[in-house]
Every structure is written in structure tokens, then in C-alpha cells.
Design a binder for this molecule. Structure first.
Ligand SMILES: [Zn+2]
Length: 88
């Protein structure tokens, strides 16, 4: 997989993930996306824009877009165990 940054053909060894945390900081869900950043773009700084829409299908779908490169889609299930876990 190549870096998600437009114009960058470097290998993306650093995966981009998203996470929702409870106040205790324990994750409710934290799937990796199918997009990543190269070593250069992982450390020099990036602009991240987050746009969230609700669904009711117990999945987390991510759409990562690196400027004009097009979306990289990934879907993860929210397991029942995650939903019934109480606050620590
Ligand atoms: Zn890069």
C-alpha cells in the first residue's frame, strides 16, 4: 500500500486508525482503516478532517481520502461484547 498523501508514492507502513474512547479512555471501538502514511508524512504533520454520520448497522465504515486520490474504504463490525462492556 502506498501513502495516502496525493503525489506521494512512498510505501505506507504506518496505518491510520480511528478510535472512540469512553471517559476512562478504554476504547469502544478502534478499527484500522485500509489507508496509511509513509515515514515522511507520519512525522512532518498532516491536516485531518473528520466527518461522522450515524448508522444503525453495528459497523464502523471508514473512508480515507488523500486529497484527490479517491476514497479508501474499510468496514469493521462492532461486536456485542464491545456494546455491553461497562465502564471500568
Ligand atoms: Zn507519504
Amino acid at each position: 500500500m502506498n501513502c495516502i498523501i496525493l503525489g506521494c508514492a512512498n510505501p505506507a507502513y504506518n496505518n491510520i486508525g480511528v478510535r472512540v474512547r469512553r471517559p476512562s479512555t478504554k476504547a469502544v471501538w478502534a478499527p484500522n482503516t485500509d489507508a496509511g502514511l509513509c515515514a515522511v508524512h507520519s512525522t512532518q504533520g498532516v491536516l485531518v478532517t473528520v466527518f461522522i454520520e450515524e448508522t444503525n448497522d453495528h459497523h464502523v465504515e471508514t473512508r480515507m481520502c488523500g486529497a484527490a486520490k479517491g476514497a479508501v474504504l474499510a468496514t469493521s463490525s462492532i461486536t456485542r461484547r464491545m456494546l455491553i462492556t461497562k465502564e471500568a
